[in-house]
Design a protein around this ligand. Structure first.
Ligand SMILES: NC(=O)C1=CN([C@@H]2O[C@H](COP(=O)(O)OP(=O)(O)OC[C@H]3O[C@@H](n4cnc5c(N)ncnc54)[C@H](O)[C@@H]3O)[C@@H](O)[C@H]2O)C=CC1
Ligand SMILES: O=C(O)CCC(=O)C(=O)O
Length: 445
């Protein structure tokens, strides 16, 4: 058994129930195996054994009172996985499916994603099994206050800087920030994704979606093509999906689908800017369901289905993990889909990734393609530390440059390890090398 296989077997034996974490771990370890031939010092220094175990996991009770006066209790999590490259950085997810396995997979992925950004950011992630769906603003506020009352002990501008993820947007970041400020009596950039007036950065709301399209465009340009004129299937209808659509429209592409956990809509003429604005109001203010789009604009709604069966040249999974499986990959390949860029974290199953790459589809893994969000959070931290704000164009220019650099580093690592065009392998290797070197440099701690 090789070194990598033995570390993996050990983790599989220790945490057999952590399905999503093991999925993420297996994919990364499989990709980075060739590196150990060139770098025996990583094995000698026990780098992998140290990297697969989080530095710290915080699990806590979150009691709160609903509008009817009943006491409710949720579970809160923060996984502080690796701080070799900088303070822990990563979002908070509020969704009923949240558990330790999901928190560990997300924070593990975050280590390599943050490394790829080239910024000084370690990897972490957190959240709760609280479901904001159907809750009033006051209930969400009381939940966030209780959550932050405990979390505030473990975070800070030089220690751990949370942000948003599924179910955590500008409203939740506001309530979390308010409670942090009160508990710690400090006004610092400890959360990112803040509103502009009180420390947020221009482009942070747009950054993940814009970045995913920039990354897709880089991959296409590397193959002598462009996103312009391409029909694009997009899943989700939240923050990442909305701004993926906006950038696709900016670049002359034709987005044709959106989805939520109920099903997807197909608008074969292309979702226009006006219709996208309607979706933004539906999702961000009215907190409605995507089915209403079909009722409003007279297009087809497919309940309980995912959008990968429609004719498309490009696919952007922007909802959640494991939303694109082997069958879906088969459908995309048979329609001639050329590029899959992941706005979501681990949306594509391991078998589907293998099939896409084998079929020559340009596949941009989330840790590279959706890194624009956390990178712009890093830019928000820089602006907070300097007590100034950059213009929209300034931040967007930096975001674009970061995405280009991630593409280059990923493509170069793939070439170097004899797998040209395999951005999965390239992203894992390029992300891992920096973290591994930092772990060795800093001694056994
Ligand atoms: N917000 C950010 O800056 C970043 C988000 N991501 C990832 O992007 C994905 C989407 O996150 P956001 O747009 O921020 O969240 P959001 O809460 O704004 O939107 C989530 C979307 O996913 C859909 N969704 C959730 N569970 C689903 C399910 N089981 N089946 C189908 N659809 C489902 C929701 O209906 C919603 O449209 C997540 O995987 C997240 O981890 C990745 C990098 C940064
Ligand atoms: O902006 C951040 O810190 C969080 C981004 C995030 O959670 C992610 O990249 O998945």
């Amino acid at each position: 058994m090789s070194y990598v296989e033995s570390v993996l077997a050990d983790v599989q034996q220790r945490y057999p129930e952590q399905r999503e974490f093991l999925q993420a771990l297996e994919t990364v370890l499989h990709s980075i195996t060739p590196v150990f031939g060139d770098h025996p010092e990583y094995q000698e220094g026990g780098v992998l054994e140290r990297l697969v175990e989080p530095e710290r996991i915080i699990i806590f009770r979150v009691p709160w009172v609903d509008d009817a006066g009943n006491v409710q209790v949720n579970r809160g999590f923060r996984v502080q996985f690796c701080s070799a490259l900088g303070p822990y950085k990563g979002g908070l997810r509020f969704h009923p499916t949240v558990n330790l396995s999901i928190m560990k997979f997300l924070s593990f992925e975050q280590i390599f994603k943050n490394s790829l950004t080239g910024l000084q950011l370690g990897g972490g992630k957190g959240g709760s099994d609280f479901d904001p769906k159907g809750k009033t603003d006051n209930e969400v506020m009381r939940f966030c206050q209780s959550f932050m009352t405990e979390l505030s002990r473990y975070i800070g501008p030089q220690t751990d800087i949370p942000a948003g993820d599924i179910g955590v947007g500008a409203r939740e970041i506001g309530y979390l920030f308010g409670q942090y400020r009160k508990m710690r009596n400090e006004f610092t950039g400890t959360l990112t994704g803040k509103r502009l007036d009180w420390g947020g950065s221009l482009v942070r709301p747009e950054a993940t979606g814009y970045g995913a399209v920039y990354f897709a465009e880089e991959m296409l340009q590397g193959a002598g093509e462009s996103i312009e004129g391409k029909a694009c299937a997009v899943s989700g209808s939240g923050n990442v999906a909305q701004f993926t659509l906006q950038k696709l429209l900016d670049l002359g592409a034709k987005p044709v689908t959106l989805s939520d956990s109920g099903g997807f809509i197909y608008d074969p003429q292309g979702i226009s800017r006006e219709r996208l604005e309607w979706v933004m109001e539906l999702k961000n203010e009215k907190r409605g369901r995507i089915k209403e789009y079909a009722d409003e604009f007279g297009v087809e709604y497919y309940p309980g289905q995912r959008p990968w069966s429609v004719p498309c040249d490009a696919a952007f999974p922007c909802a959640t993990q494991n939303e694109l499986d082997k069958d879906d990959a088969g459908k995309l390949i048979s329609q001639g889909c050329k590029v899959v860029a992941e706005g979501a974290n681990m949306p594509t199953s391991t078998e589907a990734i293998r099939d896409l790459i084998a079929a020559g589809v340009l596949y941009g893994p989330g840790k590279a393609a959706n890194a624009g969000g956390v990178a712009t959070s890093g830019l928000e931290m820089s602006q907070n530390a300097m007590h100034l704000s950059w213009s929209f164009d300034e931040v967007d220019k930096r975001l674009r440059e970061i995405m280009r650099n991630i593409y280059r580093a990923t493509a170069e690592a793939a070439d170097r390890y004899n797998a040209p065009g395999n951005f999965e392998l390239g992203a894992n290797i390029a992300g891992f090398r920096k973290v591994a070197d930092a772990i060795l440099d800093q001694g056994v701690i």
